[in-house]
Design a binder for this molecule. Structure first.
Ligand SMILES: [Zn+2]
Length: 140
């Protein structure tokens, strides 16, 4: 028969990252609801891209809100036309969030790869190449 101290040690520990997961979930839900209800194209109060405003060039993330709006309305091909790079980046961003928020052994294994200098360098190079391609080739 377990004593009260044994029962306490057998209880599942409360993870500090549970709050972080909840915050991320709520923020993503709020963003999804806003982008579901409002089209970023015709809405004056949606944030504009500072890089595009300053340079006239599209950054790697330009079109992300239109992408999400179209995707939430069930138009995946239209979403893709706003930013092809997001299709590659979304799983990577999800993996970064997972490794940052979870303390599981699996997350630790993934974090060694995600935060490696080679992977970060590859992402930076891909982002710069995507920026140049989409602005030089145009309309992508
Ligand atoms: Zn941008």
């Amino acid at each position: 028969m377990p004593t009260s101290s044994t029962a306490t040690t057998q209880q599942r520990p409360i993870h500090n990252n549970a709050i972080a997961w909840c915050v991320v979930g709520v923020v993503l839900l709020v963003v999804a609801v806003v982008l579901l209800c409002y089209d970023p194209v015709g809405t004056w109060w949606m944030p504009q891209c500072a890089f595009h405003s300053l340079t006239g060039w599209k950054c790697p993330g330009c079109g992300a809100m239109r992408f999400t709006h179209a995707l939430l309305h069930g138009h995946p091909l239209e979403a893709l036309s706003y930013n092809y790079f997001l299709i590659v980046m979304l799983p990577i961003l999800a993996l970064v969030a997972y490794t940052g928020l979870s303390h599981s052994q699996r997350a630790l294994r993934w974090s060694r790869w995600v935060y490696s200098p080679a992977f970060i360098a590859a992402l930076l190079i891909a982002s710069v190449l995507w920026t140049v391609i989409r602005n030089v080739v145009g309309s992508i």
